[in-house]
Design a protein around this ligand. Structure first.
Ligand code: G3P
Ligand code: CA
Length: 252
């Protein structure tokens, strides 16, 4: 799964990054969604737009029209260790990427591609993010599998209440004592540990699977970590480098 698109090589959360991920063979795309002041879901990781655009300010305080005027492409400078320059196509698509636009992009792929959507700052909007997310998915169904992810168990519970059939991924920076045995909070169907969890506690994958949960691991960019995930039999690898990971995994 391509984390924010092929975001090692193209500016994250842009059509170019997602198209590149699809072209590199990603099975699914990861994105973060936040709500704008006027109630639109847009794909931005940080609370503020400062790092990834030429604007300043919090996404939640800005309207879609304002975010659409910003440039979310040009901030990413080519780095010396990159094999190729960041993708500069999609010149006309520099403004913020909406979830609706990303869903359409996924439907335009020449094969079914999945989508794992992470709710960011869900508690601020008391259920509106989840409601609008489920509405967007209803408006534009995609052929591949969809999952909703969050560090907030409450957000997953809200999603589950709105769309009981939608798989939900509980993201974990570390394991709380109550989750070490493999159990997840109510409302979560898939375990989403950081790769750091597995480096420290590789047995977690077997425990989560024995408890009936698939395991989606993030963010896995180092070859040794890819190999660890394969050895442990995880169900999904979320990476900024989908092409390289695909190559390392070999033909499926
Ligand atoms: O896929 C989960 C991962 O994206 C969570 O961390 O900070 O990159 O959203 P973050
Ligand atoms: Ca994320």
């Amino acid at each position: 799964m391509a984390h924010r698109g092929a975001s090692r090589y193209a500016p994250e959360h842009t059509p170019a990054a997602y198209r590149r991920a699809i072209a590199e063979g990603a099975d699914a795309l990861e994105c973060d969604v936040r709500m704008t002041a006027d109630g639109h879901l847009v794909c931005v990781h940080d609370r503020r737009v400062n790092r990834v655009s030429d604007g300043r300010g919090a996404v939640s305080a800005m309207e879609l029209a304002e975010l659409s005027e910003l440039d979310f492409v040009s901030w990413k400078a080519p780095a010396e260790d990159l094999p190729e320059e960041p993708d500069r196509e999609d010149e006309g698509e520099r403004g913020v990427l909406t979830l609706d636009r990303l869903l359409r992009l996924v439907t335009e792929a020449d094969r079914p591609v999945g989508l794992s959507i992470e709710t960011k700052q869900p508690s601020k909007w008391r259920g509106e993010v989840e409601r609008r997310l489920v509405e967007a998915l209803d408006r534009c169904p995609i052929p591949g599998p969809v999952r909703v992810m969050s560090f907030s168990a409450r957000s997953l519970q809200r999603t589950r209440a709105l769309a009981p059939g939608l798989p939900t991924v509980y993201l974990m920076h570390f394991l709380l004592p109550r989750h070490r045995g493999g159990r997840l909070p109510v409302g979560a169907s898939i375990a989403g540990p950081s790769i750091r969890v597995l480096r420290r506690d590789p047995g977690y994958v077997a425990r989560a699977r024995a408890a009936g949960h698939r395991v989606h691991v993030w963010t896995v960019d180092e070859p040794a970590d890819v190999d660890l995930c394969v050895r442990l039999g995880v169900d999904a690898i979320i990476t900024n480098r989908p092409g390289e990971v695909r190559e390392r995994l070999g033909p499926i």
